[in-house]
Structures are given as structure tokens and as C-alpha cells.
Design a protein around this ligand. Sequence first.
Ligand SMILES: Cc1cc2nc3c(=O)[nH]c(=O)nc-3n(C[C@H](O)[C@H](O)[C@H](O)COP(=O)(O)O)c2cc1C
Length: 231
Amino acid sequence: MSSAGALPRPIPGAPARTIVVGISGASGAAYALRTLEMLLGLGHTVHLVVSDYGRRLLFDEAGVTHLDFPSLVPRLGDATIADRLFIHPNKDVGAVIASGSHRHDGMVVVPCSSTSLGAIATGSGSNLLTRAAMVSLKERRPLLLLHRETPLSLVDIENMRTLTLAGAIICPTNPGFYLRPTSVDDLVDFMVARVLDLLKVEHRMGARWGEGAAGGDGTREPGRRISSSVP
Ligand SMILES: Cc1cc2nc3c(=O)[nH]c(=O)nc-3n(C[C@H](O)[C@H](O)[C@H](O)COP(=O)(O)O)c2cc1C
């Protein structure tokens, strides 16, 4: 499956951001690919690190065989965009994103496995993905963890508690249905829009609650609420 929502374009006047993206071995490759497509297409710089099982998930769920620009974001063709994607080997804990002196505007692990969640919670920086996440915490930069697993064990819950207290944002891959999605892409975009909001990245990914809702035919009617109650 590839991301098939509307292609992003830079928004005039929106500040350019540098975002670290980690992809670990949880289900949800579509969330990762759409996040990359949105960030790069909107004009931002991305530092990407993918775990071994993240690579497997990209292949199993999305047919991605190579970690390169054309394979990860096939709908974005411009060479100037490719120049804003930096791909780091997960074994290279000497890469720039392993250092607090490298400035960025936030990191998202999408999707985030229970293994990576636990490693970050216990301060294990044995690979670049978890090291970069720990550095984001110590530098007090936004860290979003799009955990995917169900049900949760007490171990996961305690790790989430620890990470929340340390400043991370646990953001389960848990899309809402109140905008009446009609496709998997709609569900993916629901989550990716929340990610961009939390990273303070401007976007125009569609209706927010109260700003427009799906009609019965799947069209959006600006300003129409689904009901008077807030979800
Ligand atoms: C097809 C497949 C799907 C998986 N889905 C999940 C998942 O949704 N959540 C999870 O925590 N682990 C999942 N796993 C297990 C993780 O990949 C495994 O725990 C691995 O050690 C994660 O390592 P990483 O965090 O370094 O990527 C899955 C593994 C495979 C092969």
C-alpha cells in the first residue's frame, strides 16, 4: 500500500522545520510513509532512521525494498526535495542525530514497537533510533511515540508512564471515526494530521472537528457539525 491522499505542497510563510523520523518494527508502515511524504512535500527537512524490523515492516506492508528517496516517497519527484532527506544507518550511533548539539524541531517514532518503547524508557541508546529519541528527551525537544500494540501489558503501560513523565508524547495509532473516513487513506491521514499538529508543522490535511464533516455521500461540507456533542 502506498500513501494516496492529496499530495502536499509548501505553504507560503510556514516556517521550515527539521524533523527526525524513526521507523521501528510495529505494524503501520503506511503511517510512516505518509508522514515522510507530508513532511518532505511541505518543504521540511527529515533525518530518517529505520530499525531492522522497521525495514521488514516497510517491505511486508508496503513493498519497500530500498531505503532511498524514490522508494520511500515515490510520488515526490523533485531533486530539491530529495536533498532534504537524510537517511542514517541504525547502527551508526555516531550520526548527527545522536548528538544533542544537532538542532532539530522534534522527533517522531512512527510506528513505535513495544521493543523500542521499552528501550527508550529504560535509557538504552544501543541503536541510533533509541539514542536519537533519548537525546530528544534530554534536550527537551518534542518526542512523539506512535505506539502500536494491543492489548497493552503492564510493562507497556509503565513504560508509557515513565516516558510521559520524561516529556514524551505517547500517541497510539488510534484514529477517530468522527470525520467519517471512507478509506484506509483517510484513517492514515487522521493520524498523520495529529502528528503534524503535535510537531507544530502547518498543513492542510482536511477537516478538523467543528471545521467540516463528511456528508452521507462522503463529501465534506465546510462548517457542518456531525452532532452537537464534542468527541
Ligand atoms: C509482521 C510483524 C508485525 C509486527 N507488529 C508489531 C506491532 O504492531 N507492535 C509491536 O510492538 N511489535 C510488532 N512486531 C514485533 C517487533 O517487530 C519486534 O518486537 C522487534 O523486536 C521490534 O524491534 P525494533 O523496535 O528495533 O524495530 C511485529 C513483527 C513483525 C515481523
